[in-house]
Design a protein around this ligand. Sequence first.
Ligand SMILES: *Cc1c(COP(=O)(O)O)cnc(C)c1O
Length: 451
Amino acid sequence: MHDNHYIKLLRKTEKYAEQYIKKAEHMKVVPDKRSINQLSVFEESMPGMSTNPDKVLQLLHTYGENATVAQTAGRYFGFVNGGQLPIAHAADWLASTWDQNSALYVMSPLSSKLEEVCERWIVELLRLPKQTAAGFVSGSSNAILCALAAARNNLLLRQGYNVVENGMRNAPKVRVVLGEQAHVTVWKALSLLGFGVKDIEVAKTDELGCIKVDTLPPLDGNTLLILQAGNANGGGFDPINELCEKANEAGAWVHIDGAFGLWAAASNRKKHLVFGMEKADSWSVDAHKTLNVTYDCGIVLCKDRASLVNALRRNGDYLQFSENRDGTLYTTEMSRRSRVIALWAVLKQLGAEGVEKLIDGLCLHAGYFAEELRKNGFIIENTVCFNQFMVKCETPKQTIDTLKAIQDSGICWCGKSIWNKEPVIRVSVCSHRTTKKDIDKSVQAFVKSSS
Ligand SMILES: *Cc1c(COP(=O)(O)O)cnc(C)c1O
């Protein structure tokens, strides 16, 4: 393809993007049946013949776009799916244009430099120990896996056992302690690292989903303690300082899963929620959630750089490591897109002040949303401490029926969960695009759906 055609294709893309950006706000938040049915145009066998690229793009524009979930607009409150700041989108376009591979310095000095800079900035923003290392991964799932690998290997090494050499089969025991409300991705990472469900000691949690300190099993120097900063249902935070102090005394390794909640550290209003978190050994956090960076962008942080690198470094004859930062040393992958470009752009545009404003804005909007629902007779299940909450109606049946009507309305979208054995509606305010007006409109949808 000639460059002229290439550029024409991008111009067309820009036009499609422009249309989508203008349209997203007015779209149904989830696609209607007709749009979903039309996805059948993609069901064909592997084409034998080639297709004109304009035609390919046109198919995505016509049939793909209508079936998207409008999560770049302001009324998507499902899961903890973050919005996307315009600068993130724009920088990510450049990243795609440049098609950098972030594995090694020699593959992309640019990625290497921006990773180095973002590592420093994030460590500072989150008020972590200066020497903390960061790896830039696809999301918290991977960040947790990397951190727990570092933790496991380090705890075993302290017992004189090199797991990289000798494997898990004959390894001495490492204890794992976590709360009942630990995220599924923590369980998945543990399973991948050779820990069975029966190996894991579970502490009880309270009505906010936070670990009850008095139910914590005694810790020792062979223990990996996993805490949560931000419960995916109600946003509750484990009592981090108290638990970290216990762990430090015992010589245990502490990991904090703070996929969306760790960002509390960057807000003066919210930092009390993660007080003492610098006493942990490793952390995982998503930039694609609270920080509104483009998917996919997660970060693993480890106080001891060597523990992280030793768990993830493998040498290959053709790998050319350098004196500079080689990104693959901090992640499970070798080839990786340069997601740090969008991350850097967001941090550069916002500055510490802007990051704080973004976080505080999400939290304020969540509080307002909950209060308006309460005024309209809904039951708010938890105190709103961060950006999310759970809401229900008088009876479980009413809750389920209301949620279904909300989801069908297309005005806003919320997911469901189970809390205290009862169904609840989860609301997560995670986009910079959400305005009071969006919330008012959504509250109306709740009211209408419950009658
Ligand atoms: C979202 C979330 C995860 C998983 O993060 P991904 O980026 O989706 O992999 C882990 N823990 C918590 C608390 C979360 O909210």
